[in-house]
Ligand binder design. Structure first.
Ligand SMILES: [Zn+2]
Length: 179
């Protein structure tokens, strides 16, 4: 098997282990930090202060998801033997893997900084199994992934912990129609 594919399989298994660990941590956090009594769902919508930062993280996560799909496809193509030019596939695989690593690192770094301005909880890290204001999109994704989708597409979103509504386009607030 190609080196980069082995590296990808190791990274993939590592992230599975990390996901299991974070689920265990979330269960622990559920007991340790009960849900907030506060609800801001009926408060007026606010412009999200670091919209560009959130958008960058969302795009980084989109790219990382795309790279996972691409690498799995390469793995299938290489094992089936569909592609004859393996040198080209190798270079493509290494490049994709490098993009996957860098976008993941960037997104994780930004996710650790971005917090809700009301409840101060991390918007892109899900610390409880059932956040009270988790939204579900038409694509079937919910909670933090729904925030990623909405923010990435410049749509308004809601904090999954306290329900505060945020605007990704603050100019909407200043337009005469909404004044
Ligand atoms: Zn909040």
């Amino acid at each position: 098997m190609k080196d980069y594919l082995i590296a990808f399989v190791i990274t993939f298994l590592g992230s599975m282990a990390a996901a299991w660990l974070s689920a265990a941590l979330a269960r622990w956090a559920n007991k340790r930090f009960p849900l907030l009594a506060q609800s801001c769902s009926s408060d007026p919508a606010q412009a999200f202060p670091k919209a560009w930062c959130l958008r960058t993280a969302a795009w980084g996560i989109f790219l990382a998801w795309g790279c996972i799909v691409a690498l799995v496809s390469f793995l299938i193509l290489a094992s089936v033997g569909v592609v004859s030019n393996s040198h080209f596939l190798d270079s493509l695989g290494i490049a994709t893997f490098a993009i996957f690593l860098s976008t993941s690192a960037l997104s994780i770094t930004i996710a650790s900084i971005i917090r809700c301005t009301k409840c101060k909880r991390h918007l892109l890290s899900q610390w409880t199994e059932h956040p009270p204001f988790a939204e579900k999109t038409k694509l079937g994704v919910d909670a933090w992934a729904a925030i990623v989708l909405r923010a990435g597409m410049n749509q308004n979103f809601q904090c999954m912990y306290c329900g505060q509504h945020f605007l990704m386009k603050p100019e909407v607030l200043q337009s005469p129609a909404n004044a």
